[in-house]
Design a protein around this ligand. Structure first.
Ligand SMILES: [Zn+2]
Length: 387
């Protein structure tokens, strides 16, 4: 079955060979989809026939958003902690332990219901690819079941047993690292694509982080790192050294960190929802792009420091607070996310790619930042199916 998606006012392909500028923009465009794939992209007046036709009345179409960093498997609520923080208490990351306790108490069904609800919420806002981490179980069984739940909502799953040292290991963190690298990894690996570590003061140092990442890589997992969120540190350079797909947060970077990223295949994934929700200084996306670093935007959706699934919010924040142009922010939220997950089939609209389209109730991609907070997503196609 083929569908002609016609009368697109502005089509963002992210393929400069197909249209104008870095976003490969085609105006008065059409896309033909067959089953789950895009098979034709170009001007409306040259579009081939198809079994069905959808007329978009001049709306803008973008590739589905690629949210390459989220924590959707959890239980509990931290709205009181958020309110306290907005009343002046500093963010320390300590509230993670509350979520760990609630997650361990929850049934598999409760965890899946929450993850599926948030996955559906993200899809309605245009997110067609999402990465989901474990990291609120922190026992062998709870990390394995967290990843089984994650795998029910996405194939992009990440083992984050090294999220924080759980309270029962507080005085022997190296024993916890050994558990993560041993039995926990073994139980988690069948359900995981990636391994991640929170490399930060108060979490895991450079040696511990390297141990976790290399153990995961030896099991065939790709590496990603929570790096340089709260302070400068070794996370970004470790990510580059190990060839990680992504260094995430990148809020506090030295010039050496920026140079290391620019000379590497590691994407800098910026998570402005975290700075928004912790009232913290934003990362300097302008500095990274100007240095030649590949930048992605993601939500970091989690109950403590960024409880949003909205990629349009992240785009608006990146433009207003982090120095990106609308064009750069849209690229980072689509093609950038695909790079951060090392995916070739998503993040662009081109023949052979997955048919993931976001239709905006607006004439151009600029409106995502120009009209912040407005539900601009008119319709979403995921895997060739209108949602
Ligand atoms: Zn995170």
């Amino acid at each position: 079955m083929s569908i002609l998606v016609d009368n697109i006012g502005e089509l963002v392909t992210n393929d400069p060979a197909l249209g104008d500028g870095p976003l490969g923009v085609v105006t008065r465009a059409a896309v033909v989809v067959e089953d789950t794939r895009v098979v034709w992209v170009g001007p409306s007046d040259r579009a081939p026939a198809a079994d069905e036709r959808t007329d978009l009345a001049g709306r803008a179409v973008l590739p589905g958003f690629v949210d390459s960093h989220s924590h959707l498997v959890f239980a509990g609520d931290r709205s009181a902690e958020f309110a306290a923080r907005m009343a002046g208490q500093p963010y320390t990351g300590g509230g993670i332990h509350d979520t760990v306790a609630a997650t361990r108490r929850a049934s598999d069904e409760e965890l899946l219901a929450t993850a599926a609800r948030l996955r559906a919420e993200a899809l309605r806002q245009g997110t067609t690819t999402i990465e989901v981490k474990s990291g609120y179980g922190l026992t062998v069984e709870d990390e394995a079941r967290s990843l089984r739940v994650a795998f029910e909502v996405t194939p992009e799953t990440t083992f984050l047993g090294a999220h924080v040292v759980p309270v029962e290991y507080a005085d022997r963190p190296d024993d916890y690292v050994a558990l993560v690298c041993g039995d926990m990894l073994e139980a988690a690996a069948p359900y995981a694509t990636w391994v991640d570590v929170f490399c930060e003061q108060g979490a895991f140092d450079a040696d511990q982080s390297r141990a976790v990442l290399t153990a995961g890589m030896a099991q065939g997992l790709g590496a990603r790192v929570h790096a340089n969120q709260l302070a400068p540190g070794p996370g970004v350079r470790l990510a580059v050294e190990l060839g990680a797909a992504s260094a995430d947060h990148c809020t506090h970077l030295t010039d050496a960190d920026v140079d290391a990223l620019a000379g590497s295949s590691t994407v800098a994934t910026l998570l402005p929802g975290a700075e928004f929700s912790t009232r913290s200084p934003y990362p300097d996306a302008r500095r990274l792009v100007d240095a030649g670093v590949t930048v992605a935007l993601a939500t970091d959706c989690n109950p403590g420091s960024s409880y949003t699934t909205s990629m349009p919010l992240c785009i608006a924040l990146a433009v207003r607070e982090m120095g990106l142009t609308p064009q750069e922010a849209v690229w980072a939220a689509t093609a950038g996310g695909a790079r951060a997950l090392r995916r070739e089939d998503v993040g662009a609209i081109r023949p052979g790619g997955r048919a993931d389209l976001v239709v905006l109730d607006a004439p151009s991609h600029v409106y995502l930042a120009y009209r912040p907070g407005v539900p601009l997503v008119h319709r979403v196609m995921h895997n060739g199916v209108w949602q």
